[in-house]
Design a protein around this ligand. Structure first.
Ligand code: SF4
Length: 758
């Protein structure tokens, strides 16, 4: 039992584990040796956004911090084994090998992979750009192309900025349609909303309706007023048909506020002609009457919002499905209005609150092509399913070195076995990570970072997609241990070594350059509250606080943000000092309409029907016969106690009945001779796994489901609890040749598979 003593102190911090960003109340005491220890973690009742909500993962920050498998010292691989070394040895090893590799093969022989936890780390968010600049490579990959990249592509083409992503105004909507998301397990994504389940139930309590479109009757679908069971990979067809009905039945009305800021409406009717409900009913598995009533309800509701997530993005038509979410929200009159689909006004660091407003350069892709397969660049990176071929295919520019930051692509990306083999071909690999995991076991050097409780936190990225405009800063709860180095310093020094500045390079150089860059941009930005000010004066004002690193940057971002003090311009404005005085966060109110100022399209209007998507509708229509024919497909699923691949080493999160099961509908089980509790061999074009069978009628016939992030039985990793609950890796089955061509995002939902008893 937790021992809470009178001399304990209480700290408040935002949970950095997922996008919900819940406020935590953390009790810290001392052990018999006088060291500070976390005693208890619970929801912060006074947090302005989460109001005490917490999920089972949030309280495990203590176990994460105390995990004996968490790396506390760097590791170097010697004779095939990872051994702990001093920081000096680690830096010297990198300084001896990384610049040499670059010298021999060129900078484009070096690849970088940025993992999902980067988005949840203030240090990594503020310094990863410096790392990529220091590495100097254009061969960049990230978890975005196994996740949300299609959402960025849609926003980029329609609104001109890839981060101008509207979110459902959960707290005011009357009608919510959720596609391919299970917020009861994930708490929402690209929609920051602590207690997403509570917000769903509040819609119902105020008389609204919630519809869930999913091949699985997920926990969210069970709570919904209506579950629409759809065939995987066909969300774009369903959305196209809904848009078709809105137009064909004269139900489309974008509303006065939007009408004067929109182009392309007149092109949609003809473009969607092929998608009448009857035309897509067989492919989607949703009958035409249901589709029509979904469209009519969206049009009739006082306010409504359609929200699509990973089940819609990780498909062959992920970008077009994401665009169609925006199309339906717009046609039903719900774009940019309270209760509809709205844009956040980020308090700090928001790309949509900087620079010229109302128009801009727009969004471009294809500023480069991947070397082997010629896939176009999107947002400065290539599809991660190209990483293995870039390593194994000889020729000029062949990838010979790799740097990973907080990523585990061996479990997270398609055709995992192929990638694992490819990593063994590298000449040199450096990983920044908390664990010796299935990917970092391939690294020559692993640089550890402190635990989440030892880092400051501000959600620079995810509050850009929040359902309220809030700000919450958390100082570190616990100090760094002996020999531990702050994450930003690790990243910054690696960047400098890659530039040939030697093992002793000072991370402060990167920090100073980064803050000077931020200040320099702001004083030249006519819309900034420090436009025309003296950069040196601002730098001095910042430095007077004694802050450095991410804290100094986030202070600057807050002060120059839309609610900032502008270094004296608005005495009531916010700053890091202000947030420190408000440990439960500050609430700047509900979302407000942002059209047209949020737009960054060259035309200065919402481009609702860009050619790229109208052209893709032809590909979508042509795919209908093939989608009709698919007999058995695999989808993923998420569990409340999982966080992708990296939290399975925490006993309280993995104990109990095995969760990595293959869900099969009873009809399929009978037809295939599978028994509940037995084992099935699942085979795709690229691999096979043997998984325990869970027969359940919560999944539609013709669909089977495996959760992702498992498969912890690979030799050389050191996550002992995870290894005891290994499960199987669903990405052994996902196909590296199958992707959404507009975004380079892998198909992780709707993978054709064969099944047989094992
Ligand atoms: S939902 Fe859970 S993991 Fe996510 S921020 Fe809240 S407590 Fe943390």
């Amino acid at each position: 039992m937790t021992d809470v003593r009178t001399d304990d102190r209480t700290a408040f911090r935002t949970c950095p584990l997922c996008e919900a960003g819940c406020g935590l109340e953390i009790t810290v005491g001392r052990d018999d040796d006088g060291r500070e220890r976390v005693q208890r973690i619970r929801g912060d009742m006074d947090d302005v956004f989460s109001h005490g909500f917490i999920c089972p993962k949030g309280s495990t920050l203590k176990q994460l911090h105390d995990d004996p498998d968490r790396l506390r010292a760097p590791m170097i691989k010697r004779d095939g084994e990872h051994v702990e070394v001093s920081w000096d040895e680690a830096w010297a090893e990198i300084a001896a090998r990384l610049p040499d590799l670059i010298e021999r093969h060129g900078r484009q022989s070096l690849a970088a992979y940025i993992g999902n936890p980067t988005a949840h780390s203030l240090s990594a968010m503020t310094f990863s750009r410096a790392l990529l600049t220091g590495l100097g490579t254009r061969v960049r990959f990230s978890a975005s192309t196994v996740d949300q990249m299609p959402r960025h592509v849609a926003a980029g083409h329609v609104f001109g900025s890839p981060v101008a992503i509207p979110v459902p105004d959960l707290d005011r909507t009357d009608h919510l349609v959720i596609l391919g998301a299970n917020p009861y397990a994930s708490n929402g994504s690209v929609c920051t909303a602590p207690d997403f389940p509570g917000r769903i139930e509040a819609i119902q309590e105020r008389g609204g309706k919630v519809v869930v479109v999913d091949p699985r009757r997920s926990r969210t679908a069970e709570q919904a007023d209506q579950w629409v069971s759809i065939r995987p990979g066909t969300d774009a067809l369903l959305l196209a048909a809904i848009a078709h009905v809105l137009l064909a039945e004269g139900l489309a009305d974008v509303g006065d506020h939007v009408r004067e800021h929109i182009a392309g409406l007149d092109r949609l009717g003809a473009a969607l002609d092929a998608f009448a409900p009857e035309a897509v009913a067989a492919s989607t598995g949703v009958d035409a009457d249901t589709i029509r009533s979904m469209a009519r309800e969206l049009a009739a509701a006082p306010t409504a919002a359609v929200y699509g997530r990973i089940g819609t993005t990780t498909t062959e038509f992920g970008s077009t499905a994401s665009w169609l979410v925006d199309v339906v929200n717009t046609l039903s009159g719900n774009l940019d209005r309270p209760g509809g689909s709205m844009f956040a006004t980020p308090v700090a660091g928001g790309a949509t609150t900087r620079g010229r407003r109302g128009s801009g350069k727009g969004f471009r892709v294809g500023r480069g092509q991947s070397r082997v397969s010629g896939h176009p660049e999107v947002m400065g990176e290539y599809p991660v399913n190209c990483l293995a071929e870039e390593i194994t295919t000889p020729g000029d520019g062949q990838v010979r070195g790799l740097v990973t930051l907080a990523g585990n692509p061996v479990l997270s990306t398609p055709n995992s076995d192929q990638l694992a083999d490819a990593l063994d071909d590298l000449e040199f690999m450096v990983s920044i990570d908390m664990y010796l995991n299935e990917t970092t076991r391939h690294a020559d050097v692993i640089l550890p970072v402190p635990s989440q409780l030892q880092r400051a936190h501000y959600d620079v990225l995810l509050l850009q997609f929040a359902v309220r405009n809030v700000a919450n800063y958390s100082p570190p709860v616990l100090p760094l241990g002996d020999g531990e180095i702050d994450e930003w310093e690790v990243i910054a020094r690696l960047s400098l070594i890659a530039q040939g500045m030697g093992a002793d390079a000072d991370p402060a150089l990167v920090d100073d350059l980064a803050i000077d860059g931020l200040i320099g941009s702001a004083v030249k930005d006519e819309n900034s509250n420090v436009y025309g000010r003296d950069a040196d004066e601002l730098r001095s004002a910042l430095d007077a606080s004694g802050r450095r690193g991410p804290d100094r940057m986030v202070d600057f971002m807050l002060r120059t943000g839309p609610f900032g003090d502008g270094f004296g311009a608005d005495p009531d404005g916010t700053s890091l000092d202000d947030l420190l005085e408000n440990p439960h966060g500050r609430d700047f109110g509900a979302l407000v309409p942002r059209l047209p100022e949020i737009l960054r399209t060259p035309s200065g209007v919402v481009e609702l029907a860009p050619d790229v998507f109208l052209d893709d509708l032809d590909r979508l229509a042509a795919a209908i016969p093939e989608l009709d024919d698919r007999s058995l497909v695999l989808v993923g699923r998420r569990h409340l106690r999982s966080n992708n691949s990296w939290m399975h080493n925490i006993n309280v999160l993995v104990k109990g009945a095995p969760r990595c099961t293959l869900q099969v509908h009873p009809d399929d089980a009978v037809a295939l001779g599978l028994a509940h509790g037995g084992a099935a061999r699942v085979t795709s074009r690229v691999g096979h796994v043997v998984a325990p069978v869970e027969v359940t009628d919560s999944i539609r016939p013709g669909v089977v489901s495996l959760p992702h992030g498992w498969g912890h039985d690979l030799p050389g990793a050191r996550m002992r609890i995870a290894a005891e609950h290994a499960g199987v890796n669903s990405n052994v089955l996902s196909d590296d040749r199958s992707m959404d061509p507009l975004s380079g995002t892998s198909v992780l939902n709707g993978i054709p598979v064969d099944l047989e008893p094992a």
